[in-house]
Design a protein around this ligand. Structure first.
Ligand code: FAD
Ligand code: NAD
Length: 462
């Protein structure tokens, strides 16, 4: 057989092996659908595993360890200055990624999923051409597009220089630059800014809007902003980069806005101003799929305008989060298997893994005010939590938005140590339509930070 003429057949083709793609493929295979995944990078896991959630959280856990050792002084325990060996840091991070990638591969194998390496491009709504692998062409009955997203570049400003990083280059941790400029005070800017600051960089963050994490309630951001002000060299709000120039030794940066950073010369610049869907070059124009502002348009079963093609994950829109992609993958696979399902989740929780962490779900206070939604806010500062006092982390806040008439939980926001581990209770409350009494009558173990959720709910009882 001539390899170039070989066309492989599959019932379900999943394009992209990230959290969305592999979750859909695993669920489809379990439901008895013959499934193939094509993934351009080879191993499964997508951005999340290879250059997103997992490596960034692994590095943040190292930063947390360093911060905890420093914090020990307050408890009468000193460890001395940490000695950071970058080879060891990289080795640990890469080891975590490899272990999880092997795990995904073995699940795929067990489920009998065909894995194909290469970049897929639609020829029509029945075939894709594959480049960069051994299988040149695949014929499919149904396809799921789960091609994810990539970093946005600052058009007309960003320069092609090894001194200018995106999140993927920052996560390689090749070096710890002396002066690092982070453009964007969102998820990535704050998480990776904190990692580099803890490893020893002098970090300046510039954010064009008037607060860090602009989508999040100001009172939840406040404890983080306070800690970041100590950890970082400088935070400049309402400030943008207007010019970058590689001088051969540094990047010289010009700014515009309310506050001008003290520095103009940086050893490295990390641009973290959001992500954009991977739909260019996919050949979608040869199918019936509709795309708006780069995002594939889908219905509540993730069906595109082309009846044979579905789409999930970052490529269909915000929020661009791994757990959203995973749940969409499951619903999509079940819909393809003919089950009567819809994606109608009431909330998608969000966690920023900084120190302190910020986590929220459901309605935010800012959203409630701007949309005129009736709500009652109850809060508890962590200074009154026995657990927070005993671990020396009173810099936290738990707040819940209730419907004033029914006392139903509308939104939950938590800032503080381990907030990310606590938010699932809020998501469950919203998903189940819980009222204040449900939370207040659930016995929360003592002494834990989760008691703050109980205390806030209890304050609603008359
Ligand atoms: P992706 O994970 O982007 O996977 C898409 C895959 O498709 C890629 O592997 C790509 O190689 C492949 N592909 C693309 N085009 C083609 C093609 N034509 N042919 C074949 N293969 C193709 N989310 C969280 O929930 N929690 C976090 O803590 C978190 N941290 C993050 C940290 C960073 C630094 C970044 C960048 C992102 C983070 N995210 C986090 C977001 C999360 O990574 C994404 O929301 C998630 O990966 C989206 O999953 P996906 O399956 O839609 O796409
Ligand atoms: P982001 O949208 O979270 O933040 C980008 C920030 O950059 C915003 O605050 C925006 O106002 C600012 N900005 C935009 N243009 C600017 C400019 N020209 N100058 C200065 N500031 C500018 O985007 P991100 O941090 O790049 O992360 C991308 C996405 O990846 C996130 O939205 C999230 O969906 C996902 N992510 C999630 C996690 C997590 O779940 N913990 C972690 C990292 C990334």
């Amino acid at each position: 057989m001539v390899v170039g003429e070989f066309t492989q057949d599959t019932d379900l083709l999943v394009i992209g092996g990230g959290p969305g793609g592999h979750s859909a493929a695993f669920r489809a295979a379990k439901l008895g659908i013959q499934t193939t995944i094509v993934e351009s990078r080879g191993p499964l896991g997508g951005v999340c595993l290879h250059c997103g959630c997992i490596p960034s959280k692994t590095l943040l856990s190292i930063a947390e360890l360093i911060a905890a050792a420093e914090h020990g002084k307050e408890f009468g325990v000193s460890f001395g200055k940490p000695k950071i060996e970058l080879d060891g840091v990289r080795g640990w991070k890469n080891g975590v990624v490899d272990k999880l990638a092997k795990g995904l591969d073995s699940v795929a194998k067990k489920l009998g999923i065909e894995r194909v390496k290469g970049l897929a491009r639609f020829e029509d709504n029945k075939h894709v051409a594959i480049t960069g692998g051994d299988v040149p062409r695949i014929k499919f009955k149904r396809a799921i597009v789960a091609t994810g997203s990539k970093p946005i570049v600052l058009k007309g400003i960003q320069i092609d220089s090894p001194r200018v990083w995106d999140s993927t280059s920052a996560l390689t941790v090749e070096e710890v630059p002396k002066r690092l400029l982070v453009v964007g005070g969102g998820y990535i800017g704050l998480e990776l800014g904190a990692v580099y600051a803890t490893l020893g960089s002098e970090v300046t963050v510039v954010e064009m809007l008037d607060s860090l994490l602009p989508g999040c309630d100001a009172d939840l951001v406040k404890p983080l902003a306070k800690r970041m002000e100590k950890l970082l060299h400088e935070i400049c709000l309402k400030t943008r980069v207007v010019k970058m120039k590689d001088t051969g030794k540094t990047v010289e940066v010009d700014f515009e806005g309310e506050s001008q950073p003290k520095e103009k010369q940086f050893d490295r610049v990390l641009v973290a101003v959001g992500r954009t869907p991977n739909t260019d070059g996919l050949g979608l124009e040869r199918t019936g799929v509709k795309v708006e502002r780069g995002f594939i348009q889908v219905d509540a079963q993730f069906r595109t305008a082309d009846p044979k093609i579905f789409a999930i994950g970052d490529v269909i829109g915000n929020p661009m989060l791994a757990h959203k992609a995973i749940h969409e993958g499951h619903v999509c696979a079940e819909a393809i298997a003919g089950r009567n399902v819809l994606f109608d989740r009431r909330t998608i929780p969000a966690v920023v893994f900084t120190d302190p962490e910020i986590a929220w779900c459901g309605l935010t206070e800012a959203e409630a005010k701007s949309k005129g939604i009736k709500h009652e806010v109850r809060k508890m500062q962590w200074v009154a939590s026995g657990r927070a006092v005993s671990i020396g982390r009173t810099d936290g806040l738990t707040k819940i938005l209730f419907d004033p008439d029914s006392q139903r939980v509308l939104g939950v926001g938590i800032t503080g140590a381990h907030a990310g581990e606590m938010i699932a209770e809020g998501a469950l409350a919203i998903e189940m339509g819980a009222v204040a009494t449900d939370l207040a009558e659930t016995i929360h173990p003592h002494p834990t930070l989760s008691e703050t959720v109980y205390e806030v709910a209890e304050s609603m009882r008359h």
